[in-house]
Design a protein around this ligand. Structure first.
Ligand code: ZN
Length: 432
């Protein structure tokens, strides 16, 4: 459970994508990785680890081999989760209520956000003596709630409800006369309210991660999708240490929940930009760089749906996954997942050597299923990939549930993967 304890801490420290990146950066720094700025020149040394961030909400870390990399072992997860984004101004209800004006971010389960303590997290842009600076914000208090309408006023509420984000999902902030959200933010940052120029704030549930079950077999927390994979892959990178001939890359991308097509999303040029700069600094020829990419593998790490105890028929009868069943490998004929028979076989061989259990997920043949970042990243950097993750319940609810042993399985699989010395000797043939 040690990995899960640490994951819970990571989730608590990561109430927004900005915080998820900041928390990952802190762990990388602790492990000796050096921060690089995209706006500054890069000097790189073989055998060392580095990382860069973009928009403060995406991060790419890499560890170089001592010589020219013969290939890359890469993972990619996402830093964002479905939530509600705070607009600029407060909504005044009937003059007695003040509400935050929000809009939906990603596909959330609305009902799960009602009637629970919430607060806001993200970043605020502050005017400083030298210019402007974006600073992390987390208002560490039970601040908001989205009250449901009493059953007496909607007798059919338990027969299903059509949630309208503008009508139903605006959080109650205060009674009229209370300090503004900008005022609270200024106080938290120790700056004048007039110096706050702008902000990127999202709602976050206040529930702390907890274990469930007599043997603590399960755990529940906000944002398990996809901070579970984000943390497990990072732990894998940090415990793996350096690999002799291969470089290691860890990606954490924002905006997966809204299609990834942003400057910092999986569809952006962030990863190609990093690879190009690394290649140039290391003096790799175009041919060397292309050979290394062909000899690479990327794990696209995002969670999969565990069988639901009340709705077992929603899962495929054969290719179904359960909490604590091990690392999920996802396959889809539609190619919404990047897994091929070859990459799944290679990944399975790596997991077998590390004694990590693997389970296979496929959608029912009559269900289109979801999609994730790997397929989009492949449009920017075309390396062999496999879609993996943890089995979880209640995906995209305000709090989600997963197996307590799975984070460790995934972290061990990632560590073994980062160290794996497989070499592509011909198309379709790996040696290791
Ligand atoms: Zn996800």
């Amino acid at each position: 459970m040690q990995t899960t304890d640490k994951l819970m801490e990571y989730i608590e420290h990561s109430p927004s994508p900005y915080h998820a990146v900041h928390s990952a950066a802190a762990l990388l720094e602790e492990a000796g990785f050096t921060r690089l700025e995209e706006c500054a020149p890069w000097a790189l040394e073989g055998g060392r680890g580095y990382y860069a961030t973009r928009n403060q909400s995406s991060l790419i870390a890499f560890r170089l081999p001592s010589g020219a990399p013969e290939g890359w072992r890469m993972t990619a997860a996402h830093s964002d989760s479905p939530t509600f984004r705070v607009k600029n101004d407060l909504l005044e209800g009937d003059k007695r209520y003040l509400r935050l004006a929000v809009e939906g971010y990603g596909g959330m389960n609305c009902a799960s956000w009602l009637d629970r303590p919430l607060t806001v997290a993200g970043r605020a842009v502050v005017r400083t003596g030298e210019g402007v600076e974006a600073r992390l914000v987390y208002l560490d208090q039970d601040l908001l709630t989205i009250p449901s309408l009493a059953i007496h006023m909607q007798r059919d509420v338990n027969k299903g409800h059509d949630y309208n984000a503008q009508r139903d999902m605006q959080p109650l902030y205060a009674l009229a006369g209370s300090p503004s959200l900008t005022g609270l933010t200024a106080e938290a940052l120790g700056v004048d309210e007039g110096d706050i120029l702008s902000a990127d704030l999202v709602l976050c549930p206040r529930q702390r991660p907890v274990y469930l079950g007599p043997e603590r077999e399960l755990f529940q927390a906000p944002r398990i999708d996809d901070l579970g994979c984000a943390y497990a892959a990072l732990e894998g990178l940090l415990t793996a240490g350096g690999s002799g001939r291969f470089g290691q890359i860890y990606c954490l991308f924002d905006n997966e929940e809204v299609g990834s097509g942003t400057r910092q999303g999986a569809l952006s040029t962030f990863l190609p930009d990093v690879l190009a700069r690394v290649g140039e600094v290391l003096g790799l020829s175009v041919q060397d760089g292309r050979r290394a990419l062909a000899n690479s593998l990327l794990l696209s790490a995002d969670n999969g749906h565990a069988v639901h105890p009340s709705f077992p028929e929603k899962a495929d009868p054969a290719n179904r996954v359960y909490p604590n069943g091990g690392v999920v490998v996802k396959i889809a004929a539609s190619q919404q997942y990047t897994t091929t028979g070859l990459t799944a076989g290679l990944f399975r061989a790596i997991c077998q050597r590390a004694a990590v259990p693997v389970q296979v997920f496929a959608n029912r043949a009559d269900e289109p299923g979801g999609s994730t970042l790997g397929r989009l990243l492949a449009q920017q950097v075309s390396v062999p990939m496999v879609d993996v993750g943890m089995a979880q319940l209640a995906m995209h609810a305000a709090v989600e549930t997963a197996g307590s042993r799975d984070p460790e399985y995934l972290a061990r699989a990632c560590a073994a993967f980062y160290q794996a010395e497989f070499t592509l000797t011909a198309d379709g043939i790996y040696q290791f």
